[in-house]
Design a protein around this ligand. Structure first.
Ligand code: ADP
Length: 427
């Protein structure tokens, strides 16, 4: 999968570029073909006009049968359009032939004599047009006296050519755009699927690991309880039972976290709002964590300075938020954690709770993603930090359900500060 994916992207990109290239050369060829067709049409028009003029010349000048040789002789020596054809007659002959070749552009013409002087011209013909005209010798090539040439000036309208092909060009642009759009959509979906499957397998690995450890400890403790030496020792039984209880609690906590996330997924956040003393709950949560902090030789300082600390909130969810933020502050730290919990009243009747740690911190990119479900940053040399990447997405969802706000300030190696704000109770 890892190698196939880039290969597919490269192959499809190459095909799209190839198709674009082929289409462009098709359109180019079509324009060239149209031009060739036009030039051929003009050439045919000229040669047919010459033939008709010669025929009519003979008909006008001589009556009765004439052999091919004498016809050729007469043409060679006497052919001329001057005094024989009117402007309109020549125009009609040319027009008829152009129509046969489906050439609809405006045209002008002139006839020159053996000295290249114009002897005959249509009213709109300009002398300078002669250089850009298609021409043909009207008299036979071996005539001596009356060598006359017909010059036909037609400006090929390139825009008309493009207009004729407009549907082809527009259709190819539309289809190519659709292909490119569909392709980028497919690549994006593939990327998302890939990310999702990685996240999923990470999550399953995490979960199994998190549940396996307490299960193994419980199993060992139960083995120990059934041991002959232990079964009569009340102290040991108490010790192993409390171990089982502790591990059980840990497992419960993990399962609860997953359930919290599942509930968020279904958008089932039901808040049991009531007037709460935020300071009291914060103190209670920190007391519950004090043992863990002591174990890590850490310090937790409470700076509950906000004069107004009554908020309208769900007690369980609010306690979970504080717990999750403090839990992270302890987890993501290389040394003994130093954590400060400060409350203050900001503008707009808010109670802000700032949880500041001296941990590993995060770069800007990580900060932008930590509230995504399942996102976990690579914690560098900090190994063995357990988690599902669900805590902060839960915190954010609950804070927002309370119409509150959450923000993070952090820098790698400089610790992090999370600030959550709740509207104050108006009661
Ligand atoms: P979990 O802790 O289970 O991985 P969270 O949603 O609580 O999930 O956190 C997401 C990620 O945010 C963590 O994996 C970690 O990389 C980062 N993070 C959260 N809190 C902190 C903190 N206080 N200091 C540094 N990084 C943190």
């Amino acid at each position: 999968m890892k190698r196939i994916f880039p290969l597919i992207v490269v192959l499809i990109s190459l095909s799209v570029i190839g198709i674009l290239f082929i289409q462009m050369s098709w359109i180019n060829n079509a324009i060239k073909l149209k031009h060739d067709e036009f030039v051929k049409g003009v050439d045919n028009t000229l040669s047919k006009t010459r033939d008709v003029l010669q025929d009519r010349f003979i008909q006008k000048k001589y009556v009765g049968y004439m052999s091919a040789d004498s016809r050729q002789y007469e043409l060679k020596n006497n052919f001329t359009v001057m005094g024989v054809f009117t402007n309109q007659e020549i125009r009609d002959i040319i027009e008829q032939r152009l129509k046969e070749h489906n050439i609809k552009y405006k045209y002008e013409f002139c006839v020159t004599n053996i000295f290249n002087n114009i002897v005959f011209q249509s009213p709109g013909f300009q002398v300078t047009d002669i250089h850009n005209s298609y021409h043909i010798l009207l008299s036979p090539a071996d005539s001596y006296h009356s060598k006359e040439s017909l010059f036909l000036f037609i400006r090929e309208d390139k825009n008309q050519v493009l207009r004729d092909m407009a549907w082809m060009i527009v259709a190819s642009i539309v289809f190519t755009t659709i292909i490119i759009l569909a392709f980028s959509l497919t690549v994006r979906t593939l990327f998302n699927q890939k990310k999702l499957s990685e996240i999923k397998s990470d999550f399953i690995n995490n979960m199994t690991h998190e549940l396996k450890t307490p299960l193994a400890t419980i199993s060992l403790a139960i083995d120990a309880l059934t041991n002959e030496k232990v079964i009569h020792d009340v102290d040991k039984i108490k010790l192993y039972s409390s171990m089982i209880k502790e591990e059980n609690k840990r497992m419960n906590k993990q399962v609860e976290k997953i359930l919290q996330a599942a509930r968020l997924e279904k958008e089932e956040i039901k808040l049991n709002l009531q007037k709460l003393n935020a300071h009291q709950i914060i103190t209670k949560v920190t007391e519950n964590l004090s043992l863990q902090i002591q174990e890590k030789n850490g310090v937790l300082r409470l700076l509950l300075n906000a004069p107004m600390f009554s908020i309208e909130a769900d007690e369980v969810h609010f306690a979970n938020i504080i717990f999750n933020l403090l839990d992270n502050a302890m987890k993501y730290s290389n040394s003994a954690p130093y954590i400060e919990v400060e409350t203050l009243n900001g503008p707009n009747n808010l109670l802000s709770i700032r949880i500041k740690d001296n941990g590993i911190g995060m770069d800007k990119e990580t900060q932008g993603r930590i509230f995504e479900k399942f996102y976990r940053a690579h914690t560098g040399n900090l190994h063995n930090v357990k988690g599902f990447g669900l805590g902060l997405s839960y915190v954010k969802a609950i804070v927002e359900a309370h119409e509150g706000k959450i923000k993070v300030e952090s820098a790698p190696g400089k610790g992090s500060t999370f600030t959550v704000s709740f509207p104050l109770s108006e009661r």
